[in-house]
Design a protein around this ligand. Structure first.
Ligand code: FAD
Ligand code: UDP
Length: 394
């Protein structure tokens, strides 16, 4: 086998590691089962010229300077702060819920009372968890928390996850805080940028290296398999490094059952108008069947007259037996994590196999966290390499 490393999957997990290994002089093979690179960040143009995110809207944000500095090397970025509105009682209010949202939904007197209570209770605090508000000992704050919980979180969460909100991990709900000011940005991170020419172009640059070979339309599991704690490539034992960024349960042939995921039905619609809505994303927590509508022109950095494209996201079941079903979100629960751990115990027995990314690690990673994880794994692989060499010399 002529490759020093085989990387399964070309999303951020696979592509960042491929590039780092290639820069070190390693020959790398990237296998991607789809007909394109870039994983779920892939963008393509609609007939009307609008560039859309085929697998759902992806907004880049991070507090990690190292991650952003790395990405800057592979394409131009432009400053973009994401803003979201939510339809609550037929009024469009900023999400995360902030002081402006409060003023739009309460009388002036009540809004002032709640704001001053919040500022008194949470001095010098920028944002607070909705779960803290509903459990607050102050009656006025608690009542306010219950209003936001009921109108913003409860139905959206049940719709998204198809289970009652009480069964959804707190880590998921806490991704969206309540803001104790008029800050109306969806994310508060230090670096908020979008790739000027789109993610696909960024990935093309990331993977453009003489030491990287990309095979598209190639399901790695058709020619790579694991048996007796060893990796075989087309029946031959492979001792190079394998980075796996696909579903861990699939790799082990669902030996311990299929890990549960949520999927989405993504419906794109084109309109002959400049803009369809007044913000990049509008969330629909309550009445509608979809969770949100994204209008891509707000962040595709394109000037296109009288044409626009929107995306409605309808949450739905994931079915591992259906090849067309896409596992978008790992469902984080104690039981599911225990099931994951069983699979991971198998990985630990194979010295040259590494898991990285949303599917392989069964985590709710943002893009920056996946890149951070890829950096960490790169160091781990290098460190193991040294140990292996030392062992062999002895
Ligand atoms: P992926 O991008 O899924 O890449 C995995 C790749 O492996 C895929 O291309 C897949 O085809 C390939 N693969 C799998 N199995 C095999 C196999 N057997 N053989 C060959 N190839 C295989 N994060 C943010 O930071 N900001 C956002 O705004 C944001 N929005 C999101 C919106 C949605 C709807 C979702 C679901 C996620 C969002 N994320 C966002 C998270 C982001 O998508 C992930 O962090 C990122 O995709 C993780 O990259 P990855 O490389 O782990 O996985
Ligand atoms: N959420 C909600 N109402 C909203 C937005 C989010 O209840 O208007 C909850 C919901 O449980 C969701 C979670 O917060 O699954 C995380 O939202 P986020 O926007 O981070 O989800 P993603 O962009 O990953 O789909």
């Amino acid at each position: 086998m002529k490759y020093d490393a085989i990387i399964v999957g070309s999303g951020f997990a696979g592509s960042v590691l491929a590039r780092m290994f290639a820069e070190d002089g390693m020959k790398v093979l990237v296998c991607e089962k789809r007909s394109h690179i870039a994983g779920n960040m892939y963008e393509e143009e609609q007939e009307n010229g609008v560039r859309v995110h085929k697998y759902g809207p992806h907004i880049f944000h991070t507090n990690n300077k190292k991650v952003f500095n790395f990405l800057e090397k592979y394409g131009e970025w432009y400053f973009y702060e994401h803003r979201v509105l939510g339809k609550i009682n037929n009024v469009l209010v900023p999400i995360p819920f902030n002081f402006k949202s409060l003023e739009l939904l309460y009388s002036q007197q009540k809004a002032n009372e709640i704001k001053s209570r919040l500022l008194e209770k949470y001095k010098n605090v920028e944002k607070v968890s909705i779960l803290d508000l509903v459990n607050c000992s102050d009656e006025i704050i608690k009542e306010f928390g219950e209003f936001v919980y009921k109108n913003v979180f409860e139905n959206y969460t049940a719709k998204q996850w198809n289970i009652p909100i009480s069964e959804v991990s707190k880590t998921v709900i806490n991704r969206v805080p309540v803001i104790l000011s008029y800050d109306d940005r969806y994310f508060q991170d230090k670096y908020q940028f979008m790739p000027k020419n789109g993610y696909t172009k960024l990935f093309e640059n990331l993977l453009a290296h003489d030491n990287i070979t990309i095979k598209l339309n190639t399901d790695a599991l058709n020619y790579l398999n694991v048996s007796k704690n060893k990796i075989y490539v087309q029946e031959e034992e492979y001792s190079g490094i394998v980075i796996y960024t696909g579903q861990i349960d699939q790799l082990f042939n669902y030996k311990y059952g299929a890990l549960p995921y949520r999927s989405l039905n993504l419906v794109f619609e084109n309109y002959d108008m400049n803009y369809y809505q007044s913000s990049a994303v509008v969330n629909y927590p309550n009445e509608e069947q979809f969770t949100r509508i994204t209008e891509f022109k707000y962040f595709s950095n394109q000037l296109i007259n009288k044409k626009t494209t929107i995306l409605k996201e309808y949450p739905r079941k994931y079915d591992y037996k259906d090849e067309k079903s896409i596992p978008y979100y790992a469902i984080i629960s104690d039981d599911n994590l225990m099931q994951y751990k069983k699979y991971y115990n198998l990985v630990e027995k194979i010295p040259n196999l590494y898991m990285c990314g949303r599917l392989a690690e069964y985590k709710y990673y943002n893009m920056d966290a996946v890149i951070e994880r890829a950096f960490e794994l790169y160091e781990e692989v290098k460190e193991n390499g040294k140990t292996e060499k030392t062992k062999r010399k002895k």
